[in-house]
Design a protein around this ligand. Structure first.
Ligand code: XMP
Length: 304
């Protein structure tokens, strides 16, 4: 990005001049919404209402981290996990699942927004979200998902033309905590897309533990663009000499050029082995661990 400070000044000015009342932002704690919230907070202070919806598809410790990181703002926290699990019940198809999560998000958001009665909606949409949704590759839940019945005076998307690296640069320039600005990308529908097929509570819980293990084992050492685990199915294994028909966990560690393309890392075998050992011992019903060597394209970064 050519001039970060100029970008920040212009966007803060734009928000300031546009919003004379209040504005609402859905804060997930990811890089995009965090940077966006901080920009908006600089512009309108306590007239910004960041709303954090706990979908039940968050990573380990994530809701607590978000609450702590934004405690200086007027943060509203909603635990909607029951509704989200109910919404994805019985859905196997990934696109239908994304839609169900997106719609539930909008409904919960609508209900809460009504209570808050804000004038504007601020969204952390970034350019790759727009591109992928336009091409019909994956329905990113924050694109084109503007709730129809909501009566906002307008929607503000300050990061619309930015790629992830630019967003991080803005975050750094805003003095955001490193844990936030350097956070790896995480999909809006969260662990629901890493619990392939029906995202049951059990499967999501397994995905949560496996993701925590993968992150702990590789983020510091390898510093990849993204490291994740997905529950991709069931297979036969054995534990304590008994047959276990348990979970198969796929590990994916990639470097990427702005999420448009991606290349799997050649992870040193001892690291892969440690990940396998931890997953199959710490997660009772996990019986197999596989490493995905597929670039994007033909794969995508997430499994769904
Ligand atoms: P894919 O799987 O399409 O992912 O190669 C590209 C990047 O986008 C993230 N991702 C999402 N981000 N909402 C988001 O905000 C979504 O619905 C979504 N789906 C995937 C993914 O983690 C990767 O960084």
């Amino acid at each position: 990005m050519e001039n970060v400070q100029e970008f920040i000044d212009i966007e803060i000015e734009k928000i300031k001049s546009q919003v004379n009342g209040t504005a609402l932002i859905a804060l997930s704690g990811g890089v995009d919404s965090s940077v966006c919230a901080e920009l908006a907070y600089r512009a309108i202070g306590d007239r910004l209402y960041p709303l954090f919806i706990d979908t039940g598809f968050m990573r380990k410790g994530e809701p607590e981290q978000v609450k702590a990181a934004f405690s200086h703002m007027n943060l509203q926290v909603i635990d909607a996990s029951d509704r989200f699990f109910e919404a994805v019940k019985g859905i196997e198809d990934p696109e239908l699942k994304r839609k169900a999560v997106g719609e539930t998000f909008i409904r919960v958001f609508e209900e809460e927004a009504k209570k808050i009665n804000a004038d504007y909606l601020i969204q952390g949409t970034i350019y790759p979200d727009v591109l992928e949704s336009e091409k019909g590759i994956k329905a990113h839940h924050n694109v084109g998902g503007m709730p129809e019945k909501m009566e906002f005076k307008g929607v503000i998307e300050p990061l619309y033309y930015l790629y992830k690296d630019d967003v991080r640069e803005v975050g750094r320039a805003l003095g955001l905590a490193v844990a936030l600005s350097e956070r790896m990308p995480f999909p809006g529908p969260g662990l629901s897309v890493r619990a392939c097929g029906e995202a049951t509570r059990e499967k999501v819980a397994v995905a949560r533990e496996a993701n925590a293990i993968v992150e702990e084992e590789v983020m510091e050492i390898l510093k990849p663009w993204q490291a994740l685990a997905a529950v991709i199915g069931k297979g036969t294994g054995q534990k304590e000499e008994k047959r276990v028909y348990g979970w198969i966990i796929a590990v994916r560690i990639v470097n990427s050029d702005n999420a448009i393309t991606a290349e799997p890392l050649e992870v040193p075998y001892p690291i892969l082995k440690k990940i396998q050992e931890r997953i199959t011992t710490e997660i009772p019903d996990a019986v197999r661990v596989v490493y995905d060597v597929t670039p994007k394209p033909p794969g995508t970064i997430e499994f769904e």
